[in-house]
Ligand binder design. Structure first.
Ligand code: GH3
Ligand code: MG
Ligand code: MG
Ligand code: MG
Length: 317
């Protein structure tokens, strides 16, 4: 384990540290609560052994800081064991109330310390596995299984958050809706499996176009079926139009054969975009307007992009 050992008494630190090291643990020392908090963030320990009475900042105050810091992170809880001269019931209750997990006497026999550390190492190992599994689950829950893009659920969450921020700042905000042309015919002609492969390729092309843009907050998602969306916070009209055109072109460039896509012979897509120059309210209306533009692009003959802004419609082939 990585153990942060906090004690102002040098003799205690040296003795405990040498024992812990001899058990195979890595030890980082701090001489008061303030130093402990800064080292905690730097060292990211698996366990903290914390003296209670110390100058500058005592162990309880440092524990408060650590717990507040952990509250801002996901799945963060580092065991904190207080070190005491007097291992009384009252002290134990106070230590647990203060956010600690246990209280041990500084004078405990070496065998007891070794056994306690063994138990803590088990907990730390399990905690690490749990944290990794939770992060993995979260990642899986936010991705579309077929294409690997953000899924609809995650897109909605992320869009709401970005929209709220754009409204606060009065930033521009754009939505692009992308729909593959004559995709039902693709499935009918090439089969559903090939249709899935095609969706993967198109998703990669869209993702690459978004990643290549300089708009770091923009992201692509699978909206549903053969429809994708690109959410672009903080962009201008020209950025929205460039991205819409760029995506139509990127999909064309994939040059995936599609015999039934009359006039083109390859897989193409239509894109509808809408931009508001200053986000206020009406995210739903923004999606609806992008969808209307998509409909217009289909009407116009497909394989093209159409974008609209608050000031008017701009066809952009
Ligand atoms: P349009 O140009 O007007 O968009 O025509 P379209 O044929 O693409 O539109 P339509 O909405 O009629 O068909 C969409 C098709 O997308 C129908 C459905 O079978 C297919 N589709 C949706 N999701 C998937 C999927 O996950 N995998 C595959 N292979 N096909 C899908
Ligand atoms: Mg002390
Ligand atoms: Mg569709
Ligand atoms: Mg379609």
């Amino acid at each position: 384990m990585k153990i942060l050992l906090v004690d102002d008494a040098r003799s205690v630190s040296i003795l405990l540290a040498s024992r812990l090291t001899s058990f195979g643990h890595e030890v980082c020392l701090a001489e008061n609560g303030e130093v402990a908090f800064s080292k905690f963030r730097e060292f990211a320990p698996d366990l903290v052994l914390m003296d209670i009475e110390m100058p500058v900042m005592d162990g309880f105050a440092a524990t408060h800081l650590i717990r507040d810091f952990e509250a801002s992170q996901q799945w963060a809880w580092t065991p904190i064991i207080f070190l005491t001269g007097a291992n009384t019931t009252d002290n134990l209750v106070t230590a647990i109330e203060a956010g600690g997990d246990d209280l041990i006497a500084k004078t405990m026999p070496e065998a007891v310390l070794r056994a306690k550390m063994k138990a803590m190492a088990r907990v730390a190992g399990l905690r690490q596995k749990l944290a990794q599994a939770n992060l993995k689950l979260e990642e899986l829950a936010s991705r579309d299984g077929l294409t690997g893009l953000c899924n609809r659920r995650f897109m909605d969450l992320k869009t709401d958050a970005s929209w709220a921020q754009a409204c606060e700042r009065g930033d521009g905000f754009a939505i692009l809706m992308i729909d593959i042309d004559n995709f039902k015919k693709y499935n009918d002609h090439y089969g559903h499996q090939a249709g899935d492969d095609c969706l993967r390729s198109i998703a990669r092309a869209i993702e690459a176009a978004v990643s290549a843009s300089k708009f770091e907050h923009s992201f692509a998602a699978r909206y549903g079926g053969e429809e994708f969306a690109v959410v672009m916070p903080g962009v201008s009209q020209s950025a929205c139009e460039d991205m819409a055109r760029g995506i139509v072109e990127a999909i064309r460039q994939c040059a995936l054969p599609h015999e039934q896509n009359a006039g083109w012979g390859i897989v193409t897509a239509s894109v509808g975009g809408c931009l508001v120059e200053h986000a206020q309210d009406g995210l739903v209306a923004l999606f609806r307007a992008a969808d209307q533009q998509l409909y217009q692009a289909k009407e116009q003959g497909r394989n093209c992009a159409r974008c609209v802004t608050a000031s008017g419609v701009a066809p952009s082939n």
